[in-house]
Write a protein that binds this ligand. Structure first.
Ligand SMILES: NC(=O)c1ccc[n+]([C@@H]2O[C@H](COP(=O)([O-])OP(=O)(O)OC[C@H]3O[C@@H](n4cnc5c(N)ncnc54)[C@H](O)[C@@H]3O)[C@@H](O)[C@H]2O)c1
Length: 394
């Protein structure tokens, strides 16, 4: 008999992320033989019937239900994945924590900083293990960047440029999905994608202590969506439209605790970049640049003692010499993809659950981001620099 722990999985919201987590949790078994758990896909919830059918037929879930409470209350569920629109995160995550389940909530964990604080407090009071979907942390070359920075190879970090330019809303005919509504998503790109860029910077360089922010909504009306669509769906000219009620663009100037300076931009209505979740980091002895669009490459510049050496960035390809990569493909320059990051994320999170240990990034790291976001929101309002104040308990 296996000594691995059975972990019953329940998912709330079977769209892009609900499906990505289900597939990824199931893939851990063949990619990480050293795992300490076995995944059991128990039940998922969605209010769209075709998604429930797909959960049974395509993923092998035992049950698929409309009411998410049946997931949280299911006796065979150990872990609840909260992958519904942001404004549902609080009700589901708090109920799951109170039922004693480990809770993995997709970023940003709630639609507002106040909700994130309440969710984290409920999880802490219940003493449950938490996880948050800041998946770009797990990219093998991002892990390598972290090792280079921590080892001092870049010298002292002086400045950082983070951005997430996603084209999902670049077309004005892109439909008005839940992401564009303050009552379904909470904030706009500051919750949706700036969160990823700032989380990565916090991991690589450290906490941010002050911020000057700006925001704008460039496309104010969009065609109404049809049920079961994604945020990449398109309407047609002449379709009925509705108002966008949260921000398309977020910009920030920041000061890090270690004295480094930084800039961040996030946009969903930008034309040109497609999914440019990217950073440039500059130190006194070197620099790095990485971009999700070419996630299997990183450009590295190290100041060389030899004056005669050629100057410039060196392109480094991902490969099995870097963290996790060899679990997917052997050798150098054989690529991995976006969803492989979800597999790594699930391996790490479920390993923590099986061991009964808190996971990082968890709700404490979600609080770190919303503490920044709250200061950024104050700055957008005051048009002044604002200090980042730590919200909630860690
Ligand atoms: N980490 C990442 O890279 C990443 C990427 C995309 C989305 N996300 C996050 O994942 C979450 C979901 O986003 P998505 O892109 O998967 O959205 P989606 O629209 O594809 O999926 C959401 C699903 O929730 C369902 N739903 C809505 N109301 C429900 C209810 N009351 N009960 C049960 N199901 C309900 C919808 O029918 C839909 O199937 C968001 O919090 C988002 O911020 C994270």
């Amino acid at each position: 008999m296996s000594s691995r722990r059975r972990l019953g999985i329940g998912v709330v919201g079977f769209g892009w992320m609900g499906q990505a987590h289900s597939r990824s949790a199931a893939r851990v078994a063949s990619l990480f033989p050293e795992r300490t758990f076995d995944v059991d896909l128990v039940v998922c919830s969605d209010n769209v019937a075709s998604r429930r059918d797909q959960a049974i037929d395509g993923f092998g879930y035992r049950e698929a239900v409309e009411d998410w409470r049946a997931v949280v209350d299911h006796p065979d569920v150990d872990v609840v994945y909260v992958t519904a629109p942001n404004m549902l995160h609080e009700d589901v995550s708090v109920a799951a924590a109170e039922a004693g389940r480990a809770v993995f909530c997709e970023k940003p964990v709630g639609g507002t900083p106040e909700q994130t604080v309440r969710i984290a407090a409920a999880a802490q009071a219940a003493g449950v293990i938490t996880g948050v979907g800041y998946n770009y942390r797990w990219a093998p070359l991002v892990q390598h960047a972290k090792q280079l920075i921590d080892s001092g190879r870049l010298g002292e970090i002086t400045n950082y440029r983070g951005r997430f330019f996603s084209a999902y809303g670049a077309d004005p005919l892109g439909t008005l999905s839940w992401r564009y509504f303050v009552d379904q998503a909470g904030y706009g790109v500051s919750s949706d994608i700036l969160s990823h860029a700032v989380d990565l910077a916090t991991m690589l360089v450290g906490p941010i202590v002050s911020v000057a922010g700006t925001m704008e909504t460039f496309i104010k009306q969009r065609p109404l969506p049809v049920a079961g669509g994604t945020h990449y769906a398109r309407g047609a000219v002449g379709d009925p439209t509705g108002a966008v009620t949260n921000e398309d663009y977020a910009g920030a100037l920041v000061v890090f605790e270690n004295g480094a300076r930084g800039t961040f931009e996030a946009s969903r209505s930008v034309v040109g970049p497609e999914s440019q979740m990217a950073f440039d980091v500059y130190g006194t002895r070197g620099a790095l640049r990485w971009n999700l669009e070419t996630m299997n490459e990183i450009d590295v510049f190290l100041v060389d003692a030899d004056d005669q050496a050629p100057r410039g960035y060196t392109k480094v390809y991902a490969g099995d010499r870097y963290p996790y990569h060899g679990h997917f493909v052997p050798g150098d320059a054989n690529a991995i993809g976006y969803e492989d990051l979800k597999v790594i994320e699930n391996f790490e999170f479920l390993s923590a659950v099986a061991a009964g240990e808190q996971h990082q990034p968890g709700f404490a790291e979600a609080i770190d981001y919303v503490s920044f976001q709250a200061a950024w929101l104050r700055s957008c309002e005051s048009r002044r620099w604002e200090e980042v104040v730590a919200l909630g308990a860690h």
